[in-house]
Write a protein that binds this ligand. Structure first.
Ligand SMILES: Cc1ncc(COP(=O)(O)O)c(C=O)c1O
Length: 397
C-alpha cells in the first residue's frame, strides 16, 4: 500500500500529453508575457472588449426573482430547453424536441456527458488532429482510449479513409468539430454524407452502433454568408454539443447543451440516463440565472461581420508579409504556417516582440501557430509590426 496523495485517475489526467504541453506553455512564454500590461495576447478565445450590453441587460433583468423558486435547484429548465430547441429548429431545419436538449455547463460538460452516456471504459473514441486541446483529457477521464486521425493536411478536411482505417470493433464514438478549432474549416455536406455512410457501414459490420459526437461550439460563427451544415442532419446517432460561450464571447458564464436528434430511437433512454448522470458528474447544469436568461441570450451574438473584417484584415496583412495562411470559414482562429519548422521557436520570437500566440505543438501539428481573432483592433494594429519583424528575421537567416 502507498499513501500517494493523488488517485490513479487524477495522475492519469495530469499526465495527459496535451495538458502537459499546455502547462509547459502556460508556465513558459505565456507566464513571462501575460502579466505585462502592453503584452498582446492572441492565445485563448477570451474577450478583449467589454461584454455585449444586451448580454449584461439580460442577466440583470433575470437577477430579480419572480418567485420563491427562482434560485432553487435547476435541472434542464423547460424555458431554456424551449428556447434552445426553437433556435436549433430554425438553424438546422430539424424538428428537435425541447426535452431532447440536455442543458449543461458549456461545451466541456456537454462533451463529457455525451461520452459517459454512450461509451464504456475501454471503448475507443476517435478524434482528428489538430484537435481542440481538451479532447484527450475528457476522453481519458471517461475511461476511453483516444484514437487520433490526422486531417488531410492540404485543406484540413476530414480524411475519411484514415477514419475508416482507425475504426475497430471497440470504436464507440467519433468526435467531429465543425467549424473547426484551430483550422477554421467547415466540413462540406458531401463529406458529412460520406462520413455518415462510413459510420453506418462500420456499425453494421461490428454489430455495435458508432455514435458521432458533433462539437459545434462555433456553429454560429461562420463567414461569407456560408450556411453551416451539421453532421446531425445526415447521421441521426449524432450527439450535438453546443456552447453559448463562443457566440456570446462570455466563456466564463458556463452554459451550453447536448442535443439529441428526433430521429434517434434511443433518445428517451439517453434522456432518462442523463437525469441521473448529470447530478452524478457534479450537477453539470447551468446555473439558474443563465437558464432564466437563455431565451434572451439565444437572440444575441457577437458581431460576426466585424469578426470577418478582422479576419480579412489579419489574413491580408499576414499574407502581404509572406506568411502562408488559409482564410478560415468560421470560428475565431487563424492557423498560419510557421515560417520555420520549429513553431515553438517561432512563437518565442513573437513573444520576444510582445505578441503571444499558440504553437502548433499544442495541437499536435508542428509547423503552424494559432492566432485568436477575439483581439481588439488596437491589439491587431500593434501586433502587425511584430509579425512583420519576426518573418523578416527568418528571411535574413
Ligand atoms: C472546439 C471546442 N469545443 C468545445 C469548447 C468548449 O467550450 P466552453 O468553454 O464554452 O465549454 C471549446 C472552447 O474553446 C472549443 O474550442
Amino acid at each position: 500500500m502507498t499513501d500517494a496523495p493523488l488517485s490513479r485517475r487524477a495522475e492519469t489526467i495530469v499526465a495527459v500529453a496535451p495538458f502537459q504541453r499546455l502547462s509547459a506553455f502556460m508556465n513558459g512564454p505565456f507566464r513571462r508575457l501575460a502579466n505585462q500590461p502592453d503584452a498582446l495576447d492572441f492565445t485563448f478565445g477570451n474577450p478583449h472588449e467589454p461584454p455585449l450590453p444586451a448580454y449584461v441587460d439580460a442577466l440583470r433583468e433575470n437577477l430579480t426573482p419572480r418567485d420563491d423558486q427562482w434560485f432553487a435547484y435547476k435541472w434542464s429548465e423547460p424555458e431554456a430547453q424551449d428556447a434552445a430547441a426553437a433556435s436549433l429548429r430554425r438553424w438546422l431545419d430539424i424538428p428537435f424536441a425541447p426535452e431532447d436538449i440536455l442543458m449543461t455547463t458549456g461545451g466541456f460538460s456537454a462533451i463529457a456527458l455525451a461520452l459517459k452516456l454512450v461509451a464504456d471504459p475501454g471503448d475507443e473514441a476517435i478524434f482528428n488532429l489538430p484537435p481542440w486541446f481538451a479532447y484527450e483529457g475528457i476522453v481519458v477521464e471517461a475511461g476511453l482510449v483516444p484514437v487520433k486521425v490526422r486531417l488531410d493536411p492540404a485543406a484540413f478536411d476530414l480524411d475519411l479513409d484514415a477514419i475508416a482505417a482507425a475504426i475497430t470493433p471497440r470504436t464507440r464514438v467519433v468526435i467531429v468539430n465543425t467549424p473547426n478549432n484551430p483550422t477554421g474549416r467547415i466540413y462540406p455536406e458531401a463529406t458529412l454524407r460520406a462520413l455518415a455512410q462510413l459510420l453506418d457501414g462500420a456499425s453494421a459490420r461490428h454489430g455495435r452502433r458508432i455514435y458521432l459526437l458533433s462539437d459545434e461550439a462555433y456553429n454560429r460563427i461562420v463567414f461569407d454568408g456560408a450556411r453551416f451544415q451539421s453532421p446531425i442532419a445526415y447521421y441521426p446517432p449524432t450527439l450535438l454539443a453546443y456552447s453559448y460561450g463562443k457566440t456570446l464571447l462570455a466563456p466564463g458564464q458556463r452554459v451550453g447543451y447536448l442535443a439529441l436528434s428526433p430521429d434517434l430511437p434511443e433518445r428517451a433512454a439517453l434522456r432518462d440516463a442523463a437525469f441521473f448522470l448529470q447530478p452524478s458528474i457534479g450537477f453539470i447544469y447551468p446555473n439558474a440565472l443563465l437558464q432564466h436568461a437563455l431565451a434572451r441570450l439565444e437572440k444575441l451574438s457577437i458581431d460576426i461581420a466585424d469578426l470577418q473584417r478582422k479576419r480579412d484584415w489579419m489574413v491580408g496583412a499576414l499574407r502581404d508579409m509572406g506568411y502562408r495562411v488559409r482564410s478560415p470559414e468560421g470560428t475565431f482562429y487563424l492557423f498560419p504556417e510557421s515560417p520555420i519548422p520549429d513553431d515553438r521557436a517561432f512563437v518565442d520570437r513573437l513573444a520576444e516582440r510582445g505578441v503571444l500566440v499558440m504553437p502548433g505543438w499544442l495541437f499536435e501539428t508542428p509547423g503552424h501557430f494559432r492566432i485568436c481573432l477575439t483581439a481588439n483592433d488596437a491589439m491587431i494594429e500593434r501586433s502587425l509590426p511584430a509579425f512583420a519583424a519576426a518573418i523578416e528575421e527568418v528571411r535574413r537567416g
